[in-house]
Design a protein around this ligand. Structure first.
Ligand SMILES: [Zn+2]
Length: 244
């Protein structure tokens, strides 16, 4: 009996390990909370970065208390504080809002010789992509001609809405700087769960600064796109105001 149990247990462990390995290549985006809840001031979540790392090596979001901008690239998770400094995030820290995936390139594109402004970047990418009903993970790396990025200061309770917090954002301008833009495009039918638009965070190649991208001028950089057809959503832990 003991032996049978031992064999079954071993089989279970092996199958569980195979499942985890298979899952890391699945086209899944793992998201903590919804944009609607986050916007209302839900800045404390229960998901640790250890858990977030088990669901992706690429992503964006923030840290509990809305303590700056979060960017994950090549499995490294960074926090960009409101003074623009970059800090590695400990596994024990938690996030109220984040989205991650295992980044596997499905499509390679190249931006035209000059893309001026964030609106033009969105229009250009929308013209180049076909998968408008999928979630797209998007990475743009190289030397950026111009970037305007922001971060936000850690909040104290009672938390203000995101709209109020953004009145105190700090904005940085970067020119001729090497680094990576990491972001997502969510389809329009997912409005509220996420933003039905492109959302990028940036980090310099030397990992010294970065932030949430507000504006940019990009000269012909390559774009890598991962197409995702599944979303795993961790629901907000509190009741949010729902207008009927
Ligand atoms: Zn952002």
């Amino acid at each position: 009996m003991k032996r049978t149990f031992g064999i079954l247990f071993t089989l279970f462990v092996v199958l569980a390990a195979l499942y985890v390995r298979a899952d890391s290549t699945a086209p899944v985006v793992f998201q903590v909370s919804s944009l609607a809840a986050f916007k209302q001031g839900e800045y404390d979540g229960g998901t640790t970065f250890a858990e977030l790392k088990s669901h992706g090596d690429f992503g964006i979001g923030t840290v509990n208390g809305l303590d700056g901008e979060m960017i994950a690239l090549n499995g490294q998770f960074f926090q960009i504080k409101s003074d623009g400094t970059v800090h590695a995030i400990a596994d024990s820290e938690k996030t109220p809002y984040a989205m991650v995936t295992f980044f596997k390139v499905d499509r390679d594109l190249r931006l035209p010789p000059q893309t001026r402004g964030f609106a033009q970047l969105q229009e250009t990418l929308d013209r180049l992509i076909r998968e408008v009903n999928s979630i797209l993970a998007v990475k743009i790396s190289g030397e950026f001609a111009y970037l305007k990025v922001r971060s936000v200061p850690r909040q104290q309770k009672p938390y203000a809405s995101l709209e109020e917090v953004l009145k105190n954002q700090t904005v940085f301008e970067l020119r001729n700087i090497r680094g990576s833009m990491v972001g997502f495009r969510f389809p329009s039918y997912m409005d509220g769960v996420n933003a039905p638009a492109y959302h990028f965070h940036f980090i310099t190649e030397d990992r010294k600064t970065g932030g949430h991208v507000l504006d940019c001028t990009i000269e012909g950089l390559p774009v890598e796109i991962a197409v995702k057809s599944r979303l795993e959503l961790i629901l907000p832990s509190v009741l949010i105001n729902v207008t009927p």
